[in-house]
Structure formats: structure tokens, C-alpha cells
Write a protein that binds this ligand. Structure first.
Ligand code: NAD
Length: 327
């Protein structure tokens, strides 16, 4: 508390007692963060969620702090125009939309809050998995059309869930799945045996083994150069016939054209996706995918809960205080 009071004094010591730092917010964030920046720290905050790429490129030079979620791309070009930028706040988890190397080279600090949305994303993952197994959205749409046909699905109890990326979210999904009576396989490039032991999951060293044995495969890896199209045609064709693929990580982790082909050929039983390669989808083949009767798509809502957004704000506020100390 004392520190915050001290920080307010320090940062307000601009000419004419004006706030010293200017903040640009380009994606919707919880009012908690906005209030903190504007009212608690007295910063000059501009919230411009419809700014677009050109607008960002033209205006970024005026700001000290940039606040984004996953929608705003903060790449080399943006950073090259950001002469005054000191801190990027990513109000969420994945950092694939921020060029971390370029930010580091320019001395721009990056803060995020990967701890804030674990329950929300894990719960959505389980919801999508159940929806795909019982074809809930499909059945719901039939009822809306006046069709009372009984839609048959499959149970999850006793089935095998393969989790690729057994970090914060992946292991939480595994924990909930165990409560549903599922067998859980975990694949990760790190040694995750301690976490796996805690929830009675089985670590597999080979991703193909997981793909071959799992009735449901759920993806929880970050998007990196290595994970781009991690699940491509070969991997989809390695999966158990009729298995369900759930992706709440990043759209580009899956080769979506290959996924459409796998669905059309009956290789994959269903796909449940919270994210797509293009958000919103624009290509014809993407529209074909989202209209496939065995596909469920949600518009990147993994972290979109009151609780996660509040938690994310609390975490980035505390990290921001640390980052501001060093300015
Ligand atoms: P995390 O860092 O805790 O876990 C990611 C795990 O993936 C790590 O254990 C890492 O070792 C592993 N990994 C990395 N590369 C791998 C590879 N090639 N093969 C296998 N494992 C690999 O991250 P997290 O907090 O669990 O989040 C996971 C991802 O979920 C995020 O990076 C983000 O892309 C996504 N996410 C999505 C939403 C949403 O709204 N849908 C919200 C939050 C996070």
C-alpha cells in the first residue's frame, strides 16, 4: 500500500502535475484495470478497441504503456513505431501475439497473467468435450428446427483422454477428467511426471502413442514455431478412428484444412474448437468447417468469464506495479 502511494507521487511528478504516462488499450479489458490505471495511478488512458492495425501503427508512438488481449498483434512493425513504449500489458495468457524478442531488444517489458484463466479455460474444454461426445449443440439446433429426433452420442466415462501440453490448463483438464472416470494420458516436452502422479495420469513419451490410444485428444500447448500445425494430416490420420479433437489452445496449432478433410472422410469423429486459424473465420473452407454437423466452434471465449477477467486484472496490476518500479 505504501509503495502504491509512493508510486502515485513519483508518476504524477510530470510538468504541470500532469500524469506522466500515457496508456493505450486496444482490446476490451475489465473495468478494474481501467479504473486502476486512470483513477488510482492517474495515467492518461485511451481505450480504442476499434483502432485497427493502421490506427495502432499511426498512434503507438504517443504511448508509454500498451494494454492488449489476444486480438492485437504487437509485432516487429508495431514495436518499431513505438518509440516511447515501456511496458506491454497482455491481459491474459498466451504471448504468441507479442514479438517477445523484439520487445526485449527494445527494452520493452511485457507482463501477462497466465495464472488467471486456468479454471475458465479448463471448464470450457470439458464443456466442449461433453458437447462433442453427446452432440448437444447439434441436438439443440434440431429441436429449434422442430425436429425431435433422438441424437445418439458416446459416454466419456471409462474413455481415454490424451492431453498434449500438460501445463497449467492441460493438467487442470486432466484433473477434472479423472473425476468423470476418464483415463488420462499426458504428453509434454517437459518432464511432467510429478504433476501426472498427483492426478493419476499416465505420461507418454511419444505423441503418436497418445494419438493412437486416445478417444479424445485435447490441445493445451502454446503457439510457437515448434507447435505451428503440430496436429497436421499425418497426426490426424494417426488418431483413433472416430476420436474427438478438442482445441482450446490456439487455432494455428492445428492444420485446419487437414482437419476438415479428416472430418469429411470420417477419420475424426468430431471437433470442438474455441479458436480458429483466422478469427473471425473468413476463408470458404473455414466456413465449411464451422458448418460441419460434427463441429462445435465457440468464438475464443476460453477466458471470457467474470471470474477470469477479474483475476487477470488483479494479477496484471500487481505485475505492473513491479514493472513500474523499474522505470
Ligand atoms: P502452460 O505454459 O502452463 O502449459 C503449456 C504446456 O505446453 C507446457 O507444459 C509446455 O511444456 C508444453 N509444450 C510446449 N510446447 C510443446 C510441444 N511442442 N509439445 C508438447 N508440449 C508442449 O500454459 P497454459 O497456461 O496451460 O496455457 C496453454 C495455452 O492455452 C496457452 O499458451 C494459450 O495458447 C491457450 N489459452 C487459450 C485460451 C482461450 O481463450 N481459449 C485462454 C488461455 C490460454
Amino acid at each position: 500500500m505504501n509503495f502504491i502511494v509512493g508510486l502515485e507521487d513519483k508518476l504524477r511528478k510530470g510538468p504541470n502535475n500532469a500524469p506522466r504516462l500515457r496508456v493505450l488499450i486496444t482490446d476490451h479489458v475489465d473495468h478494474l484495470l481501467l479504473d486502476y490505471l486512470r483513477n488510482r495511478l492517474g495515467f492518461d488512458v485511451d481505450e480504442m478497441c476499434d483502432l485497427g492495425r493502421e490506427g495502432l501503427l499511426n498512434r503507438i508512438c504517443d504511448y508509454d504503456i500498451l494494454v492488449v488481449r489476444s486480438r492485437t498483434l504487437v509485432d516487429k512493425e508495431v514495436l518499431s513505431r513505438a518509440a516511447n513504449l515501456k511496458i506491454i500489458v497482455r491481459a491474459g495468457s498466451g504471448l504468441d501475439n507479442v514479438d517477445l524478442e523484439e520487445a526485449a531488444a527494445r527494452g520493452v517489458k511485457v507482463v501477462n497473467a497466465p495464472e488467471g484463466n486456468v479454471y475458465s479455460v479448463a471448464e470450457l474444454t470439458i464443456a466442449l468435450m461433453m458437447n462433442a461426445a453427446r452432440r448437444i449443440s447439434f441436438a439443440h439446433n434440431l429441436v429449434r428446427e422442430g425436429d425431435w429426433t433422438k441424437v445418439r452420442g458416446t459416454e466419456l466415462y471409462g474413455k481415454t483422454l490424451g492431453i498434449i501440453g500438460f501445463g497449467r490448463i492441460g493438467s487442470m483438464v486432466g484433473r477434472i477428467a479423472k473425476c468423470l472416470g476418464m483415463r488420462v494420458l499426458a504428453y509434454d516436452i517437459r518432464d511432467v511426471s510429478d504433476t501426472a502422479r498427483l492426478i493419476d495420469a499416465v505420461v507418454v513419451k511419444d505423441m503418436d502413442e497418445l494419438l493412437k490410444k486416445s478417444d479424445v485428444v485435447s490441445l493445451h500447448v502454446p503457439l510457437t514455431r515448434e507447435t505451428y500445425h503440430l496436429i497436421g494430416k499425418r497426426e490426424l490420420w494417426t488418431m483413433k478412428r472416430g476420436a474427438i479433437l478438442v482445441n482450446t489452445a490456439r487455432g494455428k496449432v492445428v492444420d485446419t484444412k487437414a482437419l476438415l478433410e479428416a472430418l469429411e472422410e470420417g477419420i475424426i469423429g468430431a471437433a470442438a474448437l474455441d479458436i480458429l486459424e483466422n478469427e473471425p473465420p473468413k476463408e470458404e473452407w473455414e466456413l465449411k468447417l464451422i458448418n460441419h454437423p460434427r463441429v462445435i466452434v465457440t468464438p475464443h471465449i476460453g477466458a471470457e468469464t467474470d471470474e477470469a477477467q477479474r483475476r487477470i486484472c488483479e494479477i496484471v496490476i500487481s505485475k505492473l506495479e513491479e514493472a513500474l518500479k523499474g522505470l
